[in-house]
Design a protein around this ligand. Structure first.
Ligand SMILES: CC(C)(COP(=O)(O)OP(=O)(O)OC[C@H]1O[C@@H](n2cnc3c(N)ncnc32)[C@H](O)[C@@H]1OP(=O)(O)O)[C@@H](O)C(=O)NCCC(=O)NCCSC(=O)C[C@H](O)C(=O)O
Ligand SMILES: [Mg+2]
Length: 295
């Protein structure tokens, strides 16, 4: 059976900010992404790498999934970051601005060449027009062990995507939705996780919650976050709701009745319910149980 993993909240922490690094270990995010890329100024990359090596060597975060976002591997900074990531051995390495299969191949080859245990996964950020166009090819090529893949999650980079395409923030997300859905579809086609991009205004709780609800309805597993205050609402909004759980339990109970035996389709209070709904209901209940165990 596939391991159940929670992806509701993935907090980005600038690796240059020591106070935030310390704080990150105490937070209830499902995942923490230690960032060496855009949140770290050019002149402070070495300091940020050193901070991460100290953190992972002496005070390794536990109880959450850890990832390190490196700079693009075709830059000197990216090459140096990869050495740091290999030394730290997080659960995953996050590749920014992935556009082609070759971008992922380069990282995958470095992991193998450096003898890192296969447990180090790759996550990729899709945040350029080419990255979105190639989402399915990238997910298909690298998601399965048989394809030499360790790709575990896709994350959308909405800020870069807006910048590269000219879609203005004032238009909300309506023009982005077709591209976001392409990423969701690619992830679902190859059974990997998919995380929505950041919400920049971390003081606007209502706006953040609305975007989480929208992302969840679109099929995302969770959201990339920038501030600790976004963790609790993200965890709540990407967890199964009480109403959804009640519905799931009703479906399981209905199929457990003797009269449902041998039937793929039943009538539940005037609605058709199929066995695929039973599978969905069981998965939802398992996810909710897992989230409760993690508390
Ligand atoms: C956005 C911030 C710069 C705001 O910082 P600040 O004004 O210091 O926040 P607060 O004073 O409200 O902080 C309160 C305490 O919380 C800690 N804190 C703040 N942010 C984080 C964090 N991300 N992780 C851990 N801890 C955090 C502060 O240290 C305070 O602690 P204490 O004093 O002990 O109480 C800041 O939040 C920030 O830097 N956020 C992350 C920025 C980031 O990572 N950016 C890169 C990711 S965005 C991205 O990837 C976009 C994507 O690529 C795309 O294209 O879309
Ligand atoms: Mg970006």
């Amino acid at each position: 059976m596939k391991e159940i993993k929670l992806w509701r909240s993935a907090l980005s922490v600038p690796a240059v900010n020591r106070r935030a690094l310390e704080k990150s270990k105490t937070l209830a995010a499902d995942a923490v992404i230690y960032d060496l890329e855009d949140s770290v100024a050019e002149g402070r990359k070495a300091e940020a790498r050193e901070n991460l090596e100290q953190l992972f060597t002496h005070n390794r975060p536990t109880g959450m999934t850890t990832a390190i976002r490196i700079n693009p591997l075709d830059t000197e900074a990216g090459q140096e970051d990869m050495k740091t990531a290999l030394a730290c051995q997080p659960d995953a390495i996050l590749l920014p601005k992935v556009e082609t299969l070759a971008n992922v191949a380069a990282a995958s080859a470095m992991l193998n060449r450096n003898g890192a245990p296969l447990r180090v996964r790759l996550w990729v950020m899709l945040e350029t027009p080419a990255g979105i166009v190639n989402a399915a090819a990238i997910a298909g090529a690298y998601s399965h062990e048989t394809a030499g893949g360790r790709l575990e999650a896709l994350i959308v980079g909405v800020n870069d995507l807006r910048s590269a395409t000219g879609v203005a923030p004032a238009s909300g997300r309506s023009y982005l939705v077709p591209w976001l859905m392409q990423v969701v579809l690619a992830a679902r086609a190859y059974d990997i996780a998919v995380i929505d991009g950041v919400y920049n205004d971390f003081t606007d709780t209502a706006g953040f919650e609305a975007e989480c609800a929208e992302a969840r309805a679109m099929g995302f597993d969770g959201k990339m976050l920038i501030h600790p205050s976004q963790i609790e609402p993200a965890n709540a909004l990407f967890s199964p709701s009480e109403a959804a759980l009640a519905e799931a339990r009703a479906i399981v109970a209905a199929f457990a009745k003797p009269e449902a035996e041998g039937h793929n389709v039943i009538d539940l209070d005037g609605r058709m319910v199929e066995r695929l709904h039973l599978e969905q209901a069981e998965a939802l209940i398992a996810k909710a149980n897992h989230a409760n165990e993690e508390r």
